[in-house]
Design a protein around this ligand. Structure first.
Ligand code: ATP
Length: 435
């Protein structure tokens, strides 16, 4: 992370009750925020008094229910105070969910299963984060289900995940920092699946298969854990507005047993979803989009995702670690790919021919230079097995070199030693280290 620089600008921001300090800081700058007086929170997580929080490449808001004074050191691209926020609706929704959790504990029944939908950049992830943090602050432990592969919060992009939330999301490093924190061992480590695409509709069959596997994993967890059962789920989704793209949402609502659907920032989507057949069993609630949410450019998203992958392999600024380089000979590994958009490498087919597959069919890939910079999922599938569609990922490696002469890959991995497992699943995410 960059530093605030020499002679940085220092500003005190005095927030009245119900106001928030909104900021945008690009990837070249860093700001430091300190709470001087009062109480404040960052997407539902309480700021500690006199602790310093650093932000770079971030758009965010520090909110205060009772008023506070913040000291901000460094240069923001945009910084202002706002009095109009959707936090009253947010706390009302949280209180209603909390009542359902209390009731679930009394009746030994299921707690609320909440899904958040809305257009791109409408504030879905921020709302999910706030609701998770409020639940955790009340002593609950919901599962955070991330169905947004393009903006995967917990691990590398292209994945879907389920994370047990037992403490607040880290203010500076978000869900990623939470999942990677050295204190987050089993049973709190996230379950992750390699999807390999940005949009659920890029391979709807695979997406649905993974959601079904997630639902089964959630059931197994809840069968053995009454606290999680009563706390329920908070599900974040990929942005959409097109009714045709509802199909994967409809399926997830049914597979995950969603009881509450929060529709953020779209009247049209709210009215569309309210008429769905499940609407009689699901509470569909309209939420206003916060005036603070920022429409992120493609370049910003690219930089953001690149940093996320960088953090997967090298840790966060708070908890940095080293990655390890390892060699995998072609004969020791199998690389498989799931899905119909696969075009087999030309070396394996007659000139000009490509192979079309069904969406969840699996095909081995012959390693060639096109694999360079790919992120591959490490799985525990047996070497001879092709059964990897919708398989869980144990972790990820990055292909730094494809050595066709020596017939080997050079990989980086956050875990030392040779690859523990040999079956790797390809996704369309690429990353090149720039340090
Ligand atoms: N109140 C706020 N003030 C300032 N920035 C905010 C506020 N709420 C959200 N943001 C920022 O706006 C951007 C979009 O918000 P968020 O990621 O929650 O939207 P989303 O709907 O989940 O996006 P996606 O399209 O990726 O699903 C993020 O950079 C987030 O940090």
């Amino acid at each position: 992370m960059t530093s605030v620089g020499a002679n940085p600008k220092t500003t005190d921001w005095v927030l009245g009750p119900g106001e928030e300090f909104r900021f945008e800081v690009d990837f070249k700058h860093t700001i430091e925020v300190k709470l001087k007086h009062g109480h404040a929170e960052y997407f539902g997580a309480e700021l500690g008094r006199e602790a310093t929080y650093s932000f770079s490449g971030e758009n965010g808001a520090v909110f205060s229910w009772e008023g506070c004074t913040l000291t901000v050191v460094g240069e923001c691209q945009s910084a202002y105070k706002a009095g109009e926020t959707p936090m009253d609706t947010c706390i009302n929704v949280h209180m209603a969910l909390q009542q359902q959790r209390t009731q679930a504990r009394k009746d030994d029944s299921d707690g609320p299963r909440v899904m958040i939908v809305g257009p791109d950049d409408s504030g879905k992830t921020s709302l999910a984060r706030t609701l998770v943090n409020y639940a955790v602050r009340m002593g609950d432990a919901p599962l955070f289900v991330d169905l947004d592969p393009m903006d995967a919060s917990v691990t590398v992009p292209g994945t879907l995940s389920v994370t047990p939330m037992t403490k607040a999301v880290d203010i500076e490093t978000g869900f990623m920092g939470y999942a990677m924190s050295s204190s987050a061992g089993p049973p709190d480590t996230p379950l992750v699946w390699q999807f390999g695409h940005d949009q659920p509709t890029d391979n709807a069959a695979l997406f649905k298969l993974i959601v079904d596997r997630m639902a089964a994993a959630i059931k197994r967890r809840m069968d053995n854990d009454p606290q999680t059962t009563a706390s329920g789920l908070i599900v974040d989704t990929r942005g959409f507005t097109d009714a045709a793209k509802c199909e994967t949402i409809d399926h997830a609502i049914s597979a995950l047993g969603i009881t509450t659907l929060l529709v953020v920032g779209s009247e049209r989507m709210y009215s569309l979803l309210s008429t769905r057949s499940y609407a009689k069993d699901v509470a569909v609630i309209k939420m206003a989009r916060s005036g603070g949410t920022v429409d992120r450019s493609a370049i910003y998203r690219q930089q953001y995702n690149s940093r996320t992958i960088q953090q997967y392999f090298y840790g966060t600024p708070k908890e940095p670690f080293s990655s390890f380089s390892t060699v995998a000979n072609f004969q020791e590994i199998r690389i498989l790919r799931v899905g119909e958009d696969y075009i087999a490498p030309s070396s394996t087919l007659p000139l000009g021919e490509s192979r079309k597959l069904t969406d969840t069919s699996v095909l081995p890939m012959e390693p060639d230079e096109s694999l360079t910079h790919s992120i591959l999922a490490v799985t525990d599938a047996a070497m001879e097995s092709d059964d990897v569609a919708g398989i869980q990922a144990l972790g990820f490696v990055n292909v730094t070199v494809v050595d066709m002469e020596k017939k080997r890959l050079i990989l980086i991995s956050p875990v030392p030693g040779r690859l523990p497992k040999q079956v790797l699943v390809y996704g369309n995410v690429k990353w090149m280290e720039t340090l």
